[in-house]
Design a protein around this ligand. Structure first.
Ligand SMILES: Nc1ncnc2c1ncn2[C@@H]1O[C@H](COP(=O)(O)OP(=O)(O)OP(=O)(O)O)[C@@H](O)[C@H]1O
Ligand SMILES: [Mg+2]
Length: 238
């Protein structure tokens, strides 16, 4: 039972490129060739990436904007499929935590919690049982019955993190959202993640906050323009 939680085996991922340099008239005039050109234009967001994340490991991912971090997490979450290579996951994945992802702007915080939980496979009863815990953790009491389109980004992050951690994931994926939480909430999330870590949960966390990564990660990967640049052991400073 010691299979790695995540295996990337020579994984590459491209997105179609939208080139409109020749102008719309030109595009329509040369429609067949223009479509062909559009179809073949590709941007390789991840290039030949191979690594493994051990079960129970806390794995950080760093890199500049557009480096490919969210693409990598989306592949782990099975939201995207690799164009080449293979991604293997062993364990139950939490929802991919990106700001506001999976939430409906017109529904209230409370309704979103239930919707999200049900979409993620909880029964409605389980979701309702956990509702109070989730609301408590998020500390949004005054706003929980307001539509989330009125929430600040920090409030959205609180809601997202709280929903994800109350699902007892085996693999927790966190993309950025901690950066928008205030200091007090970041502290609370860090504490929560450390307790997950102690319980053997695998955590993959993308962040621009090196301090958080250094504090909680066993290893941290750096991605540069779609390539895996390095994976280093990170100091365990907690
Ligand atoms: N759905 C998509 N269609 C086309 N291109 C995309 C798509 N998603 C990502 N990309 C491109 O892939 C590259 C990597 O994007 P990604 O979102 O993974 O970066 P990131 O490292 O998460 O950046 P950030 O720090 O800004 O969140 C970017 O150049 C982006 O424009
Ligand atoms: Mg990103």
């Amino acid at each position: 039972m010691n299979r790695p939680a995540v295996i990337f085996d020579h994984v590459s991922k491209y997105f179609p490129l939208y080139s409109t340099t020749s102008g719309i008239k030109n595009f329509l005039f040369h429609l067949p060739s223009a479509i062909k050109e559009m179809r073949s234009a590709r941007f390789w967001a991840l290039k030949d990436i191979s690594f493994e994340i051990r079960r129970g490991e806390t794995f950080g991912v760093m890199g500049r904007n557009g480096a490919g971090k969210s693409t990598m997490l989306s592949l782990i979450a099975d939201v995207l499929k690799p164009s080449k290579g293979e991604v293997t996951i062993n364990g139950r994945i939490s929802p991919l935590l990106e700001l506001g992802s999976g939430f409906h702007p017109d529904l209230t915080g409370r309704e979103n919690i239930i919707l999200n939980a049900v979409l993620l496979g909880m029964t409605k009863r389980e979701a309702i049982t956990k509702l109070d815990e989730i609301i408590d953790f998020a500390e949004l009491n005054g706003f929980i019955d307001q539509p989330i389109k009125t929430y600040s980004s920090g409030m959205l992050a609180r809601l997202g993190f709280s929903v994800a951690v109350h699902r007892n994931p085996e693999i927790l994926l966190i993309d950025e959202i901690l950066s928008v939480g205030d200091a007090q909430f970041q502290k609370k999330c860090t504490k929560k993640m450390l307790s997950f870590k102690e319980n053997g949960v695998t955590i993959v966390i993308v962040s621009h906050n090196e301090d958080i990564l250094k504090k909680i990660c066993d290893r941290t990967a750096v991605i540069e323009r779609g390539k895996l640049q390095s994976i280093t052991e990170t100091g365990k400073e907690y």
